[in-house]
Design a protein around this ligand. Structure first.
Ligand SMILES: NC(=O)c1ccc[n+]([C@@H]2O[C@H](COP(=O)([O-])OP(=O)(O)OC[C@H]3O[C@@H](n4cnc5c(N)ncnc54)[C@H](O)[C@@H]3O)[C@@H](O)[C@H]2O)c1
Length: 457
């Protein structure tokens, strides 16, 4: 299925509030974001970036605090479908002057209220508010994985380009010393050219509370706006503790399981270090997947075209998830006394192996060979305030959608392979064509609930 054009099923309605477009003065839905360079001229150098937070509990709470920590930002609006203390409540207490909403579409009816928005909702609801905001020329910071489907990830990248807005995905570890140092080590040639990569997240999946959809329906608390929470997803009854908050990760309608949750973190330094972008093929093995729930264990292998950082004309990256599932020392070609990260990557080069723990400093093997090697520790960046600075034209973002879109496409192609275990899928990124297994390409996109069609570019 070619997706260079939006598929027929996606063409019907933009779903973007017409009023929002008109009030914003953006006839026809085409906006040009206030370019970073233009900020000081148009908004005034001392003008602060007015932030809207969409999803202000959970990770959204730290996203909001860390971004609002910028002296150049102020919090103008707060949106959350849950009005209780852990969600909209605490944000409203902290930022009493901010206007409050329980439906992000009503925020977009007031485009004059904000310049930029932070989208920290569950994964199925990243693309809709982000795309709609970009149509209005708003700058967007969106959590990882950037989207729920490959087609949405492509759209996010294209929208950011088309509307000229400043974007950043919330894979904040990219800006830590540890990941920046890992990338530097590979770029310096410390391990020679890269031969292969293995990445793993063998942690438990505590969010999988049940093995099937619970029967019946529970009463929706009056403080929770369940229809807004469902958003683009097919309707289903509310059940406490099963979906909202946090445990939506188990479910295919809302998430992409462990790979979706951690892939855009753990594979990020691999992408940056190897300068890879789109795989040619992907194949997976998986256990425990059901029509509704994600796998309990998976192994995914992507083959990428080689780059100046790799040893051969192609390079493979292998992902492992599921409780205790990780490669052996033998598979990694490492001596038994080399400690393996609890989660992270082994980047295997012609001159050595770089171990990249998920959020800790990288280290090198063979241990004796690198005993006297001094690791060039890189300075951290501020992933959140650098987005505000980029909007004001004084910095640039590193996980802009031009980078994080292709990273997310790759991760989500893995989740399509997980649904076709043992089959080889071939990806033509420029043509947006997935071949090799009948009907697999249908999973590049999904059905959208009536009235919730995103605003495609
Ligand atoms: N970067 C990281 O380290 C990191 C860590 C955790 C989560 N995340 C990401 O952050 C996002 C949120 O995850 P979480 O664990 O905080 O989930 P969560 O369910 O705990 O919190 C989501 C918040 O958004 C609100 N919300 C849900 N739907 C909404 C909607 N349609 N409109 C407005 N508000 C809505 C919820 O009420 C809640 O306050 C996910 O994309 C997740 O992958 C990233």
């Amino acid at each position: 299925m070619a997706h260079t054009r939006r598929p027929r099923s996606l063409r019907r309605s933009a779903g973007l509030p017409r009023r929002a477009l008109l009030r914003g003065g953006i006839a026809g839905g085409i906006a040009v974001g206030l370019s970073a360079a233009g900020w000081a001229r148009a908004a005034g150098a001392n003008e602060r970036v007015r932030l809207a937070s969409i999803g202000c509990g959970g990770k959204g709470w730290s996203d909001l605090l860390d971004t609002a920590a910028s002296e150049h930002a102020e919090v103008a609006a707060l949106v959350d479908i849950d009005e209780t203390a852990g969600h909209l409540g605490q944000a409203a207490e902290k930022f009493p002057a901010a206007e409050r909403f329980t439906d992000w579409r009503r925020l977009l009816d007031k485009p004059q209220l904000f310049d930029a928005c932070i989208v920290s909702t569950p994964d199925h609801m990243h693309a809709s508010p982000s795309l709609a905001a970009m149509h209005l020329g708003k700058h967007v910071q969106c959590q990882k994985p950037l989207t729920h489907t490959v087609f949405e990830a492509r759209q996010m990248r294209q929208a950011a380009e088309r509307f000229g807005v400043v974007t950043q995905m919330g894979n904040q570890i990219q800006s830590h010393q540890a990941y920046r140092t890992a990338v530097k080590l590979v770029h310096d040639g410390t391990i020679g050219k890269v031969r292969e990569v293995h990445s793993w997240q063998p942690g438990g999946m505590g969010w999988r509370k049940v093995d099937d959809r619970p029967p019946g329906a529970a009463d929706v608390p009056p403080t929770v706006h369940w229809d807004q929470w469902l958003g683009v997803a097919p309707a289903r009854p509310f059940q406490p503790e099963i979906y909202h908050p946090f445990n939506w990760r188990a479910w295919r309608d809302f998430s992409n399981g462990q790979l979706g949750d951690f892939g855009c973190h753990i594979l990020d330094p691999v992408f940056m270090a190897l300068e890879i972008s789109a795989p040619r093929t992907v194949r997976a093995e998986a256990e425990g997947i059901t029509p509704e729930l994600w796998a309990m264990k998976s192994r995914v292998v992507w083959e990428f075209p080689g780059t100046p950082r790799t040893a051969g004309p192609t390079v493979t990256v292998t992902w492992y998830d599921g409780q205790g599932h990780m490669p052996t020392h033998e598979r990694l070609g490492l001596a038994a006394d080399v400690p393996l990260p609890g989660s992270g990557s082994a980047i295997i080069g012609t001159e050595g192996t770089l171990l990249v723990p998920h959020v800790a400093m990288p280290y090198l093997a063979p241990t004796a060979k690198f005993a006297r090697f001094e690791i060039p520790v890189q300075e951290a960046r501020n992933h959140y305030t650098s987005w505000v600075d980029a909007i004001r034209g004084t910095d640039q973002t590193t996980s802009h959608f031009g980078y994080s879109g292709p990273l997310t496409e790759t991760v989500l192609l893995g989740t399509i392979a997980v649904r076709h275990p043992g089959r080889l899928l071939t990806w033509n990124a420029p043509a947006f064509e997935l071949t090799g297994v009948p009907h697999a390409a249908e999973l590049l996109t999904k059905a959208y609930r009536g009235g919730w069609m995103p605003a495609w570019v």
